[in-house]
Design a protein around this ligand. Structure first.
Ligand code: SF4
Ligand code: SF4
Length: 343
């Protein structure tokens, strides 16, 4: 089963209090891992393991125990960064990828997360400790985000290797959005501006690690056949009670439960219409299994989010020749690292 990614939910509990995140509802899974390490080893040895929460560093000792026991191809950490300073160098250096929640400009990050200074200091510290893997700023793009300004801010900090973002769409907490439709217009214009910047830099030989751009560009050579996060295909989440889920964010939905550590993976997911017939499918893969199946914002909301995908793909395809000339540099990701590619 090599080449798969297992997203280990170390705890559903979080020490952050971000405005747009409802976290996991209480009772969806136990606060700590209940299964024996041996059963994780059986499925995960030889594959990659990503630590996820809640906030995974609240279960730091368990995480280290797993890192000392599972023979993983890659270890990946997705964290809010608040406790990164407590993790010993020896463990930091063993990660191939560390993704840190970081929203861009100080005022935007602080509005939603309230911890700009502390997280940035911890990220800089990771670099000082000699971490040489991918250090990805993982943004949430929400009402106050100006995608061009916030991404440029992160690039100018010169401490992350990559920037990835997800639009706070469909399962955002109540009251966060004032006018999604008008925001989408501004967001699409910002993405076009950002692609122009990215391409002009690439022409000078500088590749900025903008994950959505590199991922969509890669689909020119290697089209997607399912959502790029690979949930339910090559990537599986393991709940603290040992259930195997396609996607880590919705442990309560029946279709998302595909097996257990005791029984293995029993079921594969299918991607549903309208994605399979969409002309953008090869660049989008249906975006996200949850988005493909659920319509929390109705058909209109679905179409609005799709308009952001189409705008991104069209902007990237407009520089196809430049991308073809830089294929080897751009191909991303080199291994599954939890980035969803499509924002
Ligand atoms: S653009 Fe929308 S409809 Fe088309 S594949 Fe992506 S998510 Fe599906
Ligand atoms: S993109 Fe969707 S399916 Fe994939 S991990 Fe994120 S929420 Fe889950």
């Amino acid at each position: 089963m090599a080449g798969k990614l297992f997203i280990v939910i170390l705890t559903p509990v979080c020490n952050g209090n971000c405005l747009y995140c409802g976290g996991y509802d209480e009772g969806l899974m136990p606060p700590k891992i209940q299964y024996p390490l041996e059963s994780l080893k059986k499925i995960a040895d030889g594959n990659s393991v990503a630590f996820y929460g809640g906030e995974p560093l609240l279960e730091m000792e368990k995480m280290k125990e797993i890192m000392d026991s599972v023979k993983a191809e890659h270890f990946i950490l997705q964290t809010n960064g608040l406790k990164l300073n407590r993790l010993e160098d020896e463990y930091i250096r063993r990660f191939s990828t560390i993704l840190v929640s970081f929203d861009g400009r100080r005022e935007v990050h602080d509005l939603y997360r309230g911890n700009y200074e502390r997280v940035l200091e911890n990220v800089l510290n990771v670099r000082r400790k000699g971490f040489e893997g991918e250090l990805i700023a993982r943004m949430v793009a929400s009402q106050e985000t100006d995608i061009y300004e916030d991404v440029m801010h992160i690039l100018n900090l010169d401490c992350f290797t990559h920037v990835h973002w997800q639009i706070d769409a469909v399962w955002s907490s109540d009251g966060v959005w004032r006018d999604f439709e008008r925001w989408v217009e501004r967001y699409n214009a910002g993405v076009r501006k950002l692609v122009k910047f990215w391409a002009s830099e690439l022409r000078k030989g500088v590749l900025h690690g903008l994950v959505p751009f590199m991922g969509v560009a890669t689909a020119i050579f290697k089209p997607f056949t399912h959502p790029p996060c690979s949930s339910g295909f090559e990537s599986f989440a393991i709940a603290t009670d040992g259930r195997i889920l396609a996607c880590p964010i919705c442990p309560d939905l029946d279709w998302n439960e595909v097996g257990s550590l005791d029984e293995g993976i029993k079921r594969r997911l299918e991607i549903l219409e309208p994605c399979l017939s969409c002309s953008y499918f090869r660049f989008c893969g249906g975006r996200c299994v949850f988005f493909n199946r659920e319509r929390l914002w109705g058909d209109r909301g679905f179409r609005l989010v799709c308009s952001t995908v189409k705008n991104l793909v069209d902007s990237i395809l407009a520089c196809k020749h430049l991308i073809l000339a830089n294929k080897e540099k751009i191909m991303y990701p080199r291994f599954l690292n939890t980035t969803e590619i499509i924002p």
